[in-house]
Design a protein around this ligand. Structure first.
Ligand code: SDX
Length: 432
């Protein structure tokens, strides 16, 4: 359907131009400005992409005002309650929930891609012992194209699928090896008898010295965390993957770019920053001081884990995680976890404060996830690594969607130039 928008150009003699409107299945319509520059010599200006749709996608839908998140049409609350993470991976990749046979076959494929090329193990040894695991992840994932030459024809749907399977399967193994490098323990190989989440815990916490059996509550919590973090439409890291992929870069390089973008504290790095913030606040008596700092425009401090570009109501994932927090702390950790009590009190006070209410700043997915990871004995510097593991399927699904579009072209934004007008070169001896 194409409705017409009149774009009146007051400083031009034309009356106006007609622009097509693209109607979505659900959500806001989009004015198609694809030909605006070619036909009218005009650019649109939208730093931070507050009002810009970069693509059409059928993977995830978010309604920020209503606090809605759906993967391929399925509400996140139902997936969180009913699904196994690998079912959600299949759903995001292929668009439908798998039947029993499909799930069994998919689980087998992913399981048999979890090992790394043995030469890759030496790569970890090249990092300083206290390298941040995200730095290791960026380096090692980016290097995978140096090992898997047999599936790099990005014009081949089958090669794209093999690379997708390899990335989803190997990212936990790389993550666990990054952790083992940090703690100075030997890398643990995958155990094909374990689930995706159980295997990650096994590779992180097993040692050659004694048997290790992942705690079922810990596996359940990881499964939920991974489902909630699996995709989130055109967030910064997914947009990074799409832009990198638009140049026809190989999928391993694109996912490494996504990991680098996720690392920022304004994005996936926020979960680590939340725990550092709660630790710095330390006690309920200090909350007012830090709320004041968060509101002070001259203070760079922000309430980490609060606010979201799209959710101007509750982040539905935060709601779900708060309940899992209580369960994990009750079952696995000391129930009176001071950080969780502090987080609950901070949330309560902030949500009564005019500054946060007026700006619609609510807890986001990162506010509670770190407390759960901490209760699972996962160190702060591994929190964003956990996010990257879960989000790999989202990144890969968007890359596959983009690469299967025959009309796909390189992403190349324009700019509004604000530098000096044209001027002639001044030779060195004439400069003052
Ligand atoms: C994720 O995009 C996604 O989907 C991301 C994600 C995903 O799944 O991929 O959901 C995951 O990244 C969640 C967000 C995690 N980041 C944080 O928790 C960091 C703290 N939050 C902020 O940095 C901020 O809220 C952002 C980055 C999340 C959103 O930034 P926006 O949309 O650009 O909002 P803004 O910076 O323009 O803020 C609007 C106003 C400003 O005040 P005014 O200029 O209007 O006076 O709200 C203020 C901001 O100063 N504000 C905050 C705040 N967040 C926004 N003030 C204090 N503390 C905060 N956390």
């Amino acid at each position: 359907m194409t409705a017409k928008y009149q774009l009146i150009q007051k400083d031009r003699e034309q009356e106006g131009i007609d622009l097509d409107v693209i109607q979505p299945v659900v959500g806001p319509p989009a004015v198609d400005v694809t030909r605006l520059y070619r036909d009218q010599g005009l650019l649109t200006y939208d730093p931070g992409f507050m009002s810009t749709a970069s693509c059409q996608s059928s993977i995830t839908y978010i309604d920020g005002e209503a606090g809605v998140l759906e993967y391929r049409g399925y509400p996140i609350e139902q997936l969180a309650k009913e699904a196994d993470y690998l079912e959600v991976v299949f759903l995001l990749l292929y668009g439908e929930l798998p039947n029993r046979t499909q799930l069994h076959e998919f689980d087998d494929i992913i399981t048999h891609h979890t090992m790394l090329n043995e030469r890759l193990k030496e790569f970890f040894g090249g990092f300083h012992y206290d390298a941040h695991p995200m730095a290791i992840m960026v380096g090692v994932v980016g290097s995978l194209s140096a090992f898997y030459h047999d599936s790099l024809d990005i014009n081949s749907p089958r090669h794209r699928e093999i690379s997708a399977h390899r990335l989803i399967a190997k990212i936990p193994t790389i993550a666990a090896a990054s952790y083992k490098h940090n703690v100075g323990e030997p890398i643990v190989y995958p155990d094909n008898e374990l689930s995706y989440c159980g295997n990650l815990l096994h590779m992180m916490f097993a040692t050659p010295c004694e048997p290790y059996h992942p705690n079922p509550i810990a596996v359940e919590a990881m499964n939920l965390l991974f489902i909630l973090h699996a995709d989130h439409e055109q967030n910064a890291s997914t947009s990074t993957v799409r832009l990198a992929g638009s140049s026809l870069a190989n999928p391993f390089a694109c996912i490494a770019a996504g990991i680098a973008s996720l690392w920022g504290p304004a994005h996936g790095g926020a979960n680590e920053a939340v725990l550092e913030m709660l630790t710095e606040i330390g006690d309920v008596s200090n909350i007012d001081k830090y709320i004041a700092k968060a509101k002070d425009k001259n203070d760079p401090f922000r309430l980490m884990g609060f606010g979201h570009r799209v959710y101007k109501n509750y982040d539905p994932r935060a709601n779900i995680l708060r309940e899992m927090c209580k369960k994990v702390l009750t079952e696995l950790a000391d129930n009176n976890n001071p950080l969780f009590e502090l987080a609950l009190k901070l949330e309560e006070i902030a949500l009564e404060d005019e500054y946060f209410v007026k700006r619609k700043l609510y807890p986001n997915v990162d506010f509670y996830s770190g407390i759960i990871y901490r209760a699972l004995n996962i160190p702060n510097n591994m929190f964003t690594v956990m996010f990257a593991i879960a989000r790999t399927v989202g990144w890969v699904s968007h890359w596959m969607e983009m690469m299967s579009d025959p009309l796909q072209r390189i992403g190349r934004p324009r700019q509004v130039y604000t530098g000096p007008p044209r001027r002639d070169f001044v030779s060195l001896n004439r400069r003052s």
